[in-house]
Design a protein around this ligand. Sequence first.
Ligand SMILES: Cc1cc2nc3c(=O)[nH]c(=O)nc-3n(C[C@H](O)[C@H](O)[C@H](O)COP(=O)(O)OP(=O)(O)OC[C@H]3O[C@@H](n4cnc5c(N)ncnc54)[C@H](O)[C@@H]3O)c2cc1C
Length: 377
Amino acid sequence: MTTDLIVCGLGPAGRALAHRALAQGLAVTAVDPVPGRRWTATYAAWADDLPGWIAPAALAATVRRPIAWGTRRFEIDRPYVVFDGAALQDSLDVSGARVIADRAVEISRPRGRPGGTESVRLSSGQVLTARRVIDARGVGRSPRRAEQTAYGLLVPEERWDEPLFMDWRPDNGADPGEAPSFLYAIPLGGNTFLLEETCLAGRPAVPGARLRQRLLTRLRHRGVELTGTERVEHVRFPVEGGRPGARRFGAAGALLHPASGYSVAASLAAADALATGSSLRPISAQAVHALRTAGLRSLLALDPADAPRFFDAFFGLPPALQRAYLSGRTDVGGTATAMTTLFRALPRRLRGTLAAATVGLPQRHRRPATATVPPHR
Ligand SMILES: Cc1cc2nc3c(=O)[nH]c(=O)nc-3n(C[C@H](O)[C@H](O)[C@H](O)COP(=O)(O)OP(=O)(O)OC[C@H]3O[C@@H](n4cnc5c(N)ncnc54)[C@H](O)[C@@H]3O)c2cc1C
């Protein structure tokens, strides 16, 4: 039986696509090895990136004016929302789809026959056919790929109540030559804050144990008491490896911003268009992806001592340029202007390092971030 749409992968992207395709009356089949796996990651997004159909119940908290720190304090005039992961998953209802618990091992498309039937072979040997097959299987980890890593602790609001989008103040004990990390502090609702030491991108990735050490150092400096019983969030995912493509979606389709790690809002926002058959890979999206990848190369060259100045320049950009860089998936002009304005605002020494990194010249060796990890507290 040929269906309208097969979605391979039921992460945030695939599930959003299946949900919106069902809402538009399409017959949908979804394939995932563990379709019922609950989402435990803390997903967040800029509120203005979200489509209007998001269920209010999927949001756990909103930060009206998030704070960022480089060497100085910035207040960002852009509301930021934190999802309740389980509620978001439930709100992306796919109960009208045929859901198969299996792995998609091969996706075939008829060459040179637009409109021909596409097919998926599952690990069971079963072959499914559809008018369209979308690959939303995410991106696998590989030592070749830069990864975002973070180590977070959940604390009650009595011990922390200041939302911080990024805090690059250098009180985390990171050594020169290591990949830098910042403190991310967001409310989760229910009187709980997530305090997370985050490395935007590392190749090799900064291990969670090292980030834990940096977080504990930072919190000790700030007089935050821990009991040792706090719940922990571990974050690790590749920020590169996706490829823009007409039949790929989410991280697999390069909707993940390689220099920020965000993709959930972009996938939610693009789900309707893809469900109706629009292309998500106009030339402009591919050009922006190339610029963002150059931005990733700059990040990978940053030293902990340079990071606060770099982010002074970023958060000093006009809000429209910050937004263009973070969210303008097809905004080539805005992305390029944001990058060149940022570059001009950097100290001269940093400009040289980042220009070399951006065009892909070899960088000084960055030693792997390893260290003896003290016990919790
Ligand atoms: C802890 C954590 C916190 C994060 N926080 C944020 C955040 O705040 N904001 C944000 O935008 N991003 C965040 N991210 C990044 C986030 O992972 C990705 O942006 C997002 O999960 C990508 O969604 P996706 O659906 O494209 O891919 P994935 O989430 O990787 O989903 C892929 C799906 O495909 C399935 N699959 C794999 N192989 C197959 C196969 N062979 N056949 C069928 N199915 C298959 C998998 O089981 C999975 O369900 C976070 C990541 C982590 C780990």
